[in-house]
Design a protein around this ligand. Structure first.
Ligand SMILES: NC(=O)C1=CN([C@@H]2O[C@H](COP(=O)(O)OP(=O)(O)OC[C@H]3O[C@@H](n4cnc5c(N)ncnc54)[C@H](O)[C@@H]3O)[C@@H](O)[C@H]2O)C=CC1
Length: 564
């Protein structure tokens, strides 16, 4: 989720008993039916108060925040009348009056309304992370103004970059965000309706209903949020087109996967930490929850009833509490963001720059991870970039940035950033990291600027003094696009265990090129680059006998989002 929902700090820990029973911070009109356990009761656990209840659902953490009321009056909501000041998207006829409660949940699993956030996200993000930027920003020749007028089009996240779950490597300050779509990933795999909790089933039914009108739900959600809480608008970027979508998507995705407890907790904890940089506070969560319930009430007219609302309230309360607890815990040992001064700017091609920055305080991360980055020219627009090297003793961080057409942040970084400019960095994320507990060979495919984290992985192996074979296939469209080949070949000269093969489009293309070498079945694989390359790369690598669980790559969701 690259937009703030709320979070951070521990000032949501007042003694208010907002999370009791199934009510959470909300006051559902009717308490949940007897025998339907609330998601977890009130016991907090060692990991921020969230753990599996006996029924497999996530326990509600004990840290209460505040009671909130649903948006609008009961009469307004029942009649589908928008609260004062909230415009209803025009393309839809007025919602029907609420229909009677639906009958017993059916057994057919429904497709998700929105792709699970990668983290991916990041997604953060999603997702966060094509090119390096949106494809719908201002024309490339436009000079981004310093905090100037709102762009008219959206910007998608830079590069996607959540790796498939790692083999036990922990990120310094942020756990791996899920990669729901990653091949071989079990993250966010859907619990079948037969095993799903009652709340999950009700939530899925809402999701199915709103799927065809997801855009309207989104518009209405943000309208409610900003009309009721205009102060929150400043936490979001001026241009909301894509950014805004991410918040709601993340919430809906999380809600839909509430039964997938451990994965979801990791995801939400990551989101909670990642939201600190937006300046979100615990008190913001109820406002978001109100808007969420308000939007669902309006558009899920067939399936919405008191029971469904209670399920959403419980679920949202749990989601937000995990995020708040995670942010509060993270606050004890990590800043919400880092300022980082540009110390060098190396234009390698007319549209690719290597930007090196010095953070204002130590920035711990692992090779293969990425960060979120905000420029002074586009406040509150964050993009993901991988660290183009392993951690250095001088603390400097480098990024490879390709200016893509209409990419606001990438163009600013390539064409405007100069030494002395100060950027902001969010926390590190991603789990495409080296597993130093094995000496498996490493097969690395880096396409275009996707070579950045691959270079970091190579440096990491070198620093660990390992003697495992590392084979790097560096793909590019032309010789000219192999902007970092000299660096890679120098590394090869220094390290006998490293083989670097430039693959320029022609007779063969990047993933297929690996077929001419091998065997690879004893290797762990790392893929970084455009989504198409990752997709075909995963297929190719599976085909040569590398099991899915040993293939790591950026989040496909984030990559796809970046191409929006
Ligand atoms: N800058 C960074 O830190 C990172 C960037 N990325 C991502 O890497 C990508 C790099 O973009 P460009 O440099 O413009 O790459 P590009 O479009 O020039 O392609 C690079 C390589 O990928 C291959 N490729 C592209 N599409 C393919 C497909 N559908 N099937 C098979 N092979 C394909 C090309 O043949 C070429 O060898 C972006 O999507 C970016 O988000 C990923 C990780 C880190």
């Amino acid at each position: 989720m690259d937009a703030p929902t709320a979070t951070s700090a521990d000032n949501g820990t007042s003694g208010e008993n907002g999370a009791r029973g199934g009510g959470g911070w909300f006051t559902p009109r009717k308490q949940p039916a007897e025998g339907r356990p609330a998601p977890g009761g009130t016991e907090s656990s060692a990991r921020g108060g969230a753990e599996s209840a006996d029924d497999g659902r996530i326990a509600t953490p004990s840290r209460p925040v505040a009671s909130i009321r649903p948006v609008g009056t009961g009469a307004e909501r029942a009649a589908g009348t928008p609260p004062r000041g909230v415009a209803v998207p025009q393309t839809r006829t007025a919602p029907e009056a609420r229909r009677p409660p639906v009958s017993a949940p059916h057994e057919t699993p429904a497709p998700p309304v929105v792709p699970p956030y990668g983290a991916g996200a990041a997604y953060d993000a999603s997702s966060p992370y094509g090119g390096n930027d949106p494809h719908h920003g201002p024309p490339q020749h436009d000079t981004p103004s310093h905090g100037g007028a709102a762009p008219h089009q959206s910007s998608a996240p830079h590069h996607p970059h959540q790796a498939v779950p790692s083999h036990g490597a922990d990120a310094p300050h942020s756990g791996p965000a899920p990669d729901p779509g990653g091949p071989g990933s079990v993250l966010f795999s859907r619990v079948s309706d037969q095993k799903a909790s009652p709340d999950a089933i009700l939530i899925r039914r809402t999701m199915e209903e709103i799927a065809p009108v997801a855009d309207k739900v989104t518009s209405y959600f943000y309208a409610l949020l900003f009309v009721r809480h205009p102060d929150l608008r400043s936490l979001f970027p001026a241009a909301m087109d894509t950014q805004r979508d991410r918040l709601l998507k993340a919430l809906l995705t999380a809600a839909e996967h509430m039964d997938n407890t451990p994965v979801l907790v990791d995801y939400l904890e990551h989101l909670g930490r990642g939201h600190r940089k937006y300046g979100t506070q615990p008190a913001h969560y109820p406002a978001v929850g109100e808007a969420l319930i308000g939007a669902l009430t309006r558009y899920a007219t067939t399936t919405w009833n008191e029971e469904t609302e209670a399920a959403w309230v419980r679920t949202y309360t749990t989601i937000s509490q995990i995020m708040i607890d995670s942010a509060a815990e993270n606050e004890r040992h990590a800043p919400a963001w880092w300022h980082a001064e540009v110390v060098s700017h190396d234009l390698r091609t007319p549209d690719i720059a290597v930007v090196t920055v010095r953070p204002d305080q130590p920035y711990p991360f692992l090779a293969g991870q990425y960060t979120s980055l905000e420029t002074p020219w586009w406040p509150r627009i964050w993009r993901h970039y991988s660290f183009a090297g392993a951690p250095r003793s001088d603390g400097l961080l480098s990024f490879h940035v390709k200016a893509v057409p209409a990419g606001w942040v990438s163009n600013a970084l390539v064409h405007h950033a100069r030494p002395g400019d100060v950027l902001r960095l969010g926390p590190p994320a991603g789990s495409m990291v080296v597993d130093h507990t094995t000496d498996n060979g490493m097969l690395c495919l880096g396409g275009g600027t996707g070579i950045a984290p691959i270079k970091a992985l190579v440096e990491d192996v070198a620093e660990h003094g390992e003697r495992r074979p590392v084979e790097v296939f560096y793909g590019a469209r032309s010789d000219h696009d192999l902007y970092d080949i000299d660096t890679m070949l120098r590394l090869q000269q220094s390290h006998p265990w490293l083989q670097v093969r430039p693959i320029v489009d022609g007779r063969t293309q990047l993933p297929d090129a690996v077929l001419e070498y091998g065997p690879w079945n004893e290797y762990d694989a790392f893929l970084s680059g455009p989504v198409g390359m990752i997709r075909s790369g995963v297929d190719t690598l599976r085909g040569v006998g590398i099991p899915s669980e040993r293939i790591r790559h950026d989040s496909l969701e984030e990559l796809v989002a970046a191409a929006d």
